[in-house]
Design a protein around this ligand. Structure first.
Ligand code: HEM
Ligand code: HEM
Length: 135
């Protein structure tokens, strides 16, 4: 496994544990839980998306028989995805406490950029295999 795959899978596992802890805390708290978006996005952008990024970087180039288009882009994507998600979580805390959504907006853009980097890298990597000739 490449270091990017390992980093993404380890991050995904950490976000999963954090999201589960938040979920359990939410389950025993009152009906209005202000940090539900953090639980949701640690699960969906942290656990699920980062697991998909990590596994995707490993298997998609192999499935298409081509090397990954850019390791550098993948490395940038890793840092942007993590900085973006942690920043979004802090942004939701700031928004809940002080009503200011600017931090959430800025880190949402960072997170969205990470998603675009993954999409570009994969579009440039995957290619359909030539059709298998009949008999
Ligand atoms: C032990 C694991 C988990 C616990 C205890 C838990 C608990 C909760 C609780 C209590 C809520 C609030 C529901 C409400 O009052 O409306 C919630 C919302 C949510 N959870 Fe979890 N959850 C867990 C795992 C997951 C996982 C694995 C995912 C996704 C992969 C997930 C995605 C979400 C989402 C998207 C919402 C927001 C739903 C909405 O918009 O109404 N959760 N969770
Ligand atoms: C750059 C990526 C993303 C950004 C910036 C983003 C941002 C947001 C924001 C600002 C909300 C409103 C939360 C609130 O204040 O109530 C939201 C809700 C939601 N998003 Fe995302 N999101 C992203 C990616 C995703 C992805 C990939 C999924 C699913 C796989 C997802 C699923 C949801 C769900 C289920 C809700 C409603 C539950 C909640 O309130 O937390 N989001 N998102």
């Amino acid at each position: 496994m490449s270091k990017i795959t390992v980093w993404f899978i380890k991050s995904a596992l950490v976000y999963f544990i954090l999201a589960v802890i938040l979920g359990l805390h939410m389950a025993v708290s009152g009906t209005q839980y202000p940090y539900m978006p953090i639980h949701a996005h640690f699960n969906l952008l942290g656990w699920m998306s980062m697991m998909i990024y990590g596994v995707g970087y490993h298997i998609l180039p192999r499935f298409s028989g081509r090397p990954l288009y850019s390791e550098k882009l993948a490395e940038w994507q890793f840092w942007l995805a993590n900085i973006g998600l942690v920043g979004m979580a802090l942004g939701w805390i700031v928004k809940t406490g002080w009503g200011d959504a600017n931090m959430l907006l800025i880190f949402s853009i960072v997170e969205a950029l990470a998603a675009v980097f993954f999409v570009v890298n994969m579009f440039k990597t995957i290619k359909a295999a030539p059709p298998v000739p009949a008999n």
